[in-house]
Design a protein around this ligand. Structure first.
Ligand SMILES: NC(=O)C1=CN([C@@H]2O[C@H](COP(=O)(O)OP(=O)(O)OC[C@H]3O[C@@H](n4cnc5c(N)ncnc54)[C@H](OP(=O)(O)O)[C@@H]3O)[C@@H](O)[C@H]2O)C=CC1
Ligand SMILES: O=C(CO)[C@H](O)[C@H](O)COP(=O)(O)O
Length: 480
């Protein structure tokens, strides 16, 4: 930490003073560090320094520029610069603009949601220039950035000790442990953030399905649903996404009568990180059907016009079969908890497979620990996951841990009951169905893949293996 009045004293430079950059700047300055901010839009810098005046006891700890030269001149050496600009071309544009102003040993951090392959490429280029590049996943949205995000840095290890005090101070804390840690080399920081977002998609989809079942299935009011989510948020699956769901259900429409939620168009958007997770899981041959269903469901929701036409043409149950509400809600709580646990399971399985495939040397215990606070997917369930990797750091799938699996043995009946009832109702629960299909497949020592192999050999001479002898076999099928 340096005296903000001395020249070239800023501990960190921030590029991109939008939602994340401005709030992280305020957070870092609040912890006694000095920040030099830059944005191409001068209005963003003015807004940030105004916010510093309002919110900080030492507002002079933040200076903002719309010219790169004084921005750079304000930084102490070796310089550390954190970019929070939109993922994609903007990161390359900023990097190229910065390049002539950087010296060997300076640190450049990309805190956006960049694709890990872009991070790999940038790391290679910048390492050749002796610039230490860090790809850092940041999660927590606006409030997290301001008051304590979850931070997932990885890349050039030479950068870590310089960044560590600042990142540990700014990160969320759980039981006084900062939700940040060095994840390893290469693109690992952005890979972990990608999987975080894949899990985020899965959890959000499951909560949306449970809302649909209570709303259209049971006909509960928003007050009633708010109370149920509030109760669940206090239990073993409690976490940020359930808590914000309670707030969302209670929000009145500021532009009219009644609640806002029922006036929001049912067409979800996405920026790509969930889709990347699914693409990666297919590339590495890791089953993540629940996350895939969540991505697909966003796509389907956006096809509103097609759904409206199909709703007039395609048949299904006309009336919902009556059900005991109290029993169903108990089952739904268990179903949601089990399916949420399976969402984390699929994400962790993918991370462990990536660990092997890309030689990341990633600690899954550290990942679970970092995700316990600050981030969008934080929940009680992460404590159980952390314990799994404390017991067995190399476990390929947490379902193979007997304690972790025991919780699913307890909730699976509820999941089964909910899927059964909703299949009869004709209400779509692709996330819950994918969860159950995954659970039953994973625990099945035999699957009907023998028939698939026979079919492949029948039409393509792809050969098959036998259970009673070694070798590859082919049959001229259909010939008597
Ligand atoms: N919002 C969120 O909840 C989260 C976002 N992220 C990621 O963090 C990154 C930043 O997101 P967010 O803060 O929400 O985005 P914003 O759009 O709010 O802010 C990005 C800022 O970067 C500026 N910018 C764009 N291009 C350049 C450039 N070439 N030079 C200088 N400044 C530039 C933009 O200016 P202008 O407006 O003039 O284009 C804008 O002020 C993204 O990668 C996002 O995916 C990660 C976690 C959570
Ligand atoms: O990274 C985030 C949260 O962790 C961002 O909010 C991201 O934008 C969410 O993804 P999408 O826009 O695809 O829903």
């Amino acid at each position: 930490m340096t005296d903000p009045k001395s020249p070239a004293s800023a501990d960190i430079g921030l590029i991109g003073l939008g939602v994340m950059g401005a709030n992280l700047g305020l957070n870092i300055a609040e912890h006694g560090f000095t920040v030099s901010g830059y944005d191409q839009d001068p209005g963003k810098g003015i807004r940030l320094t105004d916010a510093a005046q309002e919110q900080l006891s030492e507002p002079e700890r933040i200076k903002a520029y719309s010219d790169i030269v004084p921005f750079i001149a304000a930084l102490r050496r070796p310089r550390a610069i954190l970019m929070l600009v939109p993922a994609g071309a903007a990161v390359d544009t900023v990097t190229e603009a910065l390049s002539p102003h950087l010296d060997q040993g300076d640190i450049l951090i990309d805190g956006g949601n960049s694709h890990f392959r872009d991070t790999e490429r940038r790391l290679q280029t910048l390492t050749e220039q002796n610039i230490h590049f860090v790809g850092m996943g940041v999660s927590g949205g606006e409030a997290g950035a301001r008051h304590g995000p979850s931070l997932m840095p990885g890349g050039d290890p030479a950068a870590w000790e310089r960044l560590r005090p600042l990142l540990e101070a700014a990160a969320a804390k759980v039981k006084r442990e900062p939700c940040v840690g060095w994840l390893g080399q290469g693109s690992v920081g952005h890979y972990v953030k990608m999987v975080h977002n894949g899990i985020e998609y899965g959890l959000m989809q499951l909560i949306a399905e449970s809302y649909d079942l209570m709303h259209r299935g049971l006909g509960l009011s928003q007050e009633e649903m708010g109370a149920i989510y509030g109760h669940w948020a206090q239990g073993p699956m409690g976490g940020f996404l359930l808590e914000i769901t309670v707030d969302i259900l209670g929000q009145q429409d500021p532009l009219g009568e009644g609640y806002l939620l029922c006036k929001i168009l049912d067409s979800a958007h996405q920026k790509g990180t969930g889709q990347w997770t699914s693409q990666e899981s297919l590339a590495l041959q890791v089953p993540t059907p629940l996350i895939n269903a969540a991505v697909t469901q966003r796509v389907l929701s956006a096809a509103k016009a097609q759904r409206q036409q199909a709703s007039q043409q395609l048949g299904g149950p006309i009336e919902l079969a009556p059900i005991d509400q109290e029993t169903f809600l108990t089952h739904l709580g268990h179903a949601l908890q089990g399916a949420m646990q399976l969402t984390y399971t699929q994400g962790m399985h993918l991370l462990q497979a990536a660990n092997q495939h890309y030689d990341y040397c990633l600690s899954l215990e550290l990942v679970a620990s970092i995700w316990r606070g600050g981030c969008i997917i934080r929940s009680q369930l992460l404590e159980d996951l952390r314990a799994v990797y404390q017991r067995n750091p190399d476990l390929i799938n947490p379902l193979l841990d007997s304690d972790y699996g025991a919780a699913l043995t307890r909730t699976q009946e509820g999941l089964r009951a909910v899927v059964q009832a909703t299949a009869c109702w004709g209400l779509p629960v692709p996330g819950l169905m994918a969860a159950l299909g995954y659970y039953d497949s994973y625990r099945s020592s035999w699957l009907p893949a023998n028939l698939l192999q026979a079919q492949r050999d029948y039409f393509g001479a792809h050969t098959f293996q036998r259970i009673d002898r070694e070798g590859n076999f082919h049959l001229e099928w259909g010939k008597k």
